[in-house]
Design a protein around this ligand. Structure first.
Ligand SMILES: NC(=O)c1ccc[n+]([C@@H]2O[C@H](COP(=O)([O-])OP(=O)(O)OC[C@H]3O[C@@H](n4cnc5c(N)ncnc54)[C@H](OP(=O)(O)O)[C@@H]3O)[C@@H](O)[C@H]2O)c1
Length: 365
């Protein structure tokens, strides 16, 4: 066997009745890519809830019997370049990005990722993360940890409301999530938003204060709505929010939304990235995401507020904004834990615990 024919190992599943497992396939590095593609030797990949959510929703009759690969975020080194690829991508370049797919045969929890850098965006050259000597993580870990969460947060703030200023006020439901970590840093340091209030567990309040939230209220002590009402009266001169951003799956503000969100004529938005209900990660059903109430909220033409479903949109160039913020020290990707490739089950358990503070990253080597 030539040393250009290698065994590629990936973390995959077939459907919701099959467990996640490591599968191997032989690939010939001389011929496994097209003229417009590159081959990346993956060094690290990050997990996101979307992976085990799509796994649990994967019905074999609907989604085929092929092996589907985990993960979207990656970092690695280019080892092959097709002859029609733009010459900004060279062998030896360190790159990171978000490889977008749903039920893709290709995913990023794999040793070798083949993609088209003109189409499979965002992809970027890796930026060195400012670190001190005690920093336990290398640049590949950091680089894999941020594109999807940062891109989601940036797109929510950038794509709907355009007139942010120092008087703007935002409420974040789920202040501890990785997406909200990026959200508060972008809100404060890029859009210069004056007030960002967050809702998190009582035990996370101290941790989240350091991230830049102006105010934090608990979701596990008293009523969420009452807690935010008290905050609004005591600290915000009873002013309403310009945006309510939900990174958890919540519906408690809808019946009283006119008390909390400015009128839609003021260009205010309610944005969710997780639907109307908090999913039970160990037992996910389609109803968690496509509930009647969500469909009604999305389609009701008479609702008195702007409602949007947020997702990362690579066309807004969030990857460049992320690079800039990492370089100037205003955003550092949060890492919860790092696992070896063979420990993929522990890594998935950690993110499924719903207690991670930052990204769960898997190192391939
Ligand atoms: N639409 C999209 O394109 C998109 C993109 C990315 C993510 N998402 C979705 O966004 C959500 C967040 O993703 P993520 O990766 O940022 O999450 P994550 O980092 O895994 O979130 C973990 C944190 O959630 C908090 N949490 C748990 N239960 C909560 C509750 N009932 N209320 C408020 N906070 C709670 C916990 O902190 P506490 O200590 O505060 O409880 C925990 O530290 C997921 O549902 C994910 O699927 C959607």
């Amino acid at each position: 066997m030539s040393n250009e024919v290698i065994v590629n190992k990936s973390v995959t599943y077939v459907n919701n009745t099959t467990p996640v497992t490591i599968t191997s396939s032989e690939i010939d590095l001389r011929s496994c890519y097209q003229d417009d593609e590159i081959v990346i030797e993956v060094h690290a990949a990050a997990l996101n809830p979307i992976d085990f959510i799509t796994h649990q929703l994967c019905n074999s009759y609907l989604f085929g019997k092929y092996a589907k690969t985990y993960s979207r975020d990656y970092s690695g080194v280019i080892i092959k370049v097709g002859k029609n690829v733009d010459d900004c991508w060279k062998i030896g370049d360190k790159v990171n990005g978000m490889y977008n797919h749903i039920y893709g045969e290709r995913g990023t929890l794999t040793h070798y990722l083949v993609l088209n850098p003109a189409k499979d965006i965002p992809i970027t050259h890796m930026i060195e993360v400012p670190k001190d000597d005690s920093d336990p993580y290398d640049d590949f870990v950091y680089a894999a940890a941020w594109p999807l969460t940062f891109g989601t947060a940036f797109s929510v703030l950038n794509d709907f409301k355009r007139d942010w200023n120092s008087n703007s006020k935002v409420l974040v439901i789920g202040a501890s999530t990785s997406v909200s970590y990026a959200f508060v840093h972008i809100a404060k340091n890029y859009f210069n938003i004056g007030t960002v209030a967050g809702i998190c567990s009582k035990s996370s309040i101290e941790r989240n204060k350091d991230l830049g939230y102006d105010y934090l209220v608990p979701y596990d002590e008293g009523s969420i709505v009452e807690n935010v009402k008290k905050l609004k009266q005591s600290k915000l001169e009873n002013e309403k929010f310009d945006m309510i951003f939900d990174s958890v799956g919540n519906h408690e503000f809808f019946p009283v939304i006119d008390q909390f969100l400015k009128p839609k004529e003021k260009n205010s938005f309610y944005v969710t990235i997780a639907g109307n209900n908090k999913a039970d990660y160990k037992n996910i059903t389609w109803r968690d995401f496509v509930s009647l109430s969500l469909v009604f909220t999305a389609l009701n033409p008479f609702k008195k507020y702007n409602w949007r479903f947020g997702h990362p949109s690579p066309s807004n160039n969030f990857i460049e904004v992320g690079n800039e913020m990492i370089k100037n020290g205003t955003y550092k990707p949060p890492i919860d834990s790092v696992y070896r490739f063979e420990q993929y089950k522990e890594a998935i358990d950690r993110i499924m615990s719903n207690r991670a503070k930052g990204k769960v990253v898997i190192k391939m080597k």
